[in-house]
Design a protein around this ligand. Structure first.
Ligand code: OGA
Ligand code: MN
Length: 299
């Protein structure tokens, strides 16, 4: 029997009674999906999941986004192509060196974000599995953006209605002081437009759609847009909207990128191993195109 235990007053639940190491019966998946729509972030605890099972389970939620290679030039994949390597380990099992490109790139995960908002069609949900965890640090925090939207003052809601933001991976990396991109990487990921508010399809509730990748508001002076985005980010990540997950080996967390943000917390990554593997499910359509042109400021 599938059990759902709430871990936070606003969102986040632990799912019990499911064995992710074997195919999930359709009736159980329907219950998991209903919990996903309502709680947005789901925790599964058990034995570490195999790469094949993680991919198979993730595909219940939609097609997977293949991992991009722009941040690991010259590095061999440790994991199969459908899985993003969020570890600090190379393909020979060694810790990444301090100047490793993937290590530097992944430090931007410590900024509040939602996955792949810098892609034209972004990510619907992500699934992150824990295979090795450090003795301290390395938690992941989540923020409920539906609650954040709901608690905005009414005049703020009116002001941001219909606004479109430009998102770019270089905006989040810039904030980390990381500029190690070659021309090919830049051409692969040009800036994209995303709505600032959207209706979360699973729950029918309105939500903010924000990330460290959000650069500015289309049609506004850049600084004014940055100011608004910073203010909304501050609002959305107040402690009452967030949950901190402390990982155990065998955990898998599924989150809805359309109505939550998340960030990694630091740990001593030059000393301790953290083996985390992410599958990323694609959304259906760009958020601006989904509105069919009914937005206030996009060009
Ligand atoms: C991710 C991510 C956070 C973490 O994989 O998308 O942001 O704690 N990970 O590793
Ligand atoms: Mn992420």
């Amino acid at each position: 029997m599938v059990t759902v235990t709430k871990l936070h007053p606003l969102f986040m639940a632990e799912i019990g009674g499911v064995d992710l190491t074997i195919p999930i019966p359709a009736a159980d998946f329907a219950e998991i999906e209903a919990a996903f729509h309502e709680h947005a972030v789901l925790l599964f605890r058990g034995e570490p999941i195999s790469e094949a099972r993680q991919v198979a389970f993730s595909q219940h939620f939609g097609p997977l986004i293949p991992t991009t290679n722009y941040h690991r030039v010259g590095e061999k994949n440790r994991l199969r192509a459908e899985l993003a390597d969020v570890s600090n380990i190379d393909h020979e099992g060694r810790l990444l060196a301090a100047d490793n490109n993937r290590r530097l790139h992944s430090q931007a995960n410590q900024l509040w974000h939602t996955d792949a908002s810098f892609k034209h069609v972004s990510a619907r949900c992500s699934l992150l599995s824990a295979h090795e965890v450090p003795p301290s640090g390395g938690e992941t925090e989540f923020a409920d953006m539906r609650a954040a939207y709901y608690t905005l003052p009414e005049d703020r809601k009116r002001e941001i209605e219909g606004l479109v933001a430009e998102h770019s991976i270089y905006r989040s990396r810039e904030q980390m002081g990381f500029a190690g991109y070659n021309e090919a990487a830049r051409a692969e990921l040009p800036p994209v437009q995303q709505v600032l508010t959207r209706t979360h399809p699973g729950s029918g509730r309105k939500t903010l759609y924000l990330a460290a990748h959000a650069s500015h508001i289309i049609g506004w002076p850049v600084e004014k847009g940055r100011h608004l985005i910073a203010e909304l980010m501050d609002h959305a990540t107040q402690p009452q909207f967030t949950y901190r997950h402390e990982w155990r080996v065998g955990d898998m967390v599924l989150w809805d990128n359309r109505c939550t943000m998340h960030r990694a917390r630091p740990y001593d990554d030059l000393i301790y191993r953290r083996d985390m593997r992410r599958s990323t499910v694609s959304d259906e359509i760009n958020t601006v195109e989904a509105l069919g042109g009914a937005y206030a400021n996009a060009v």
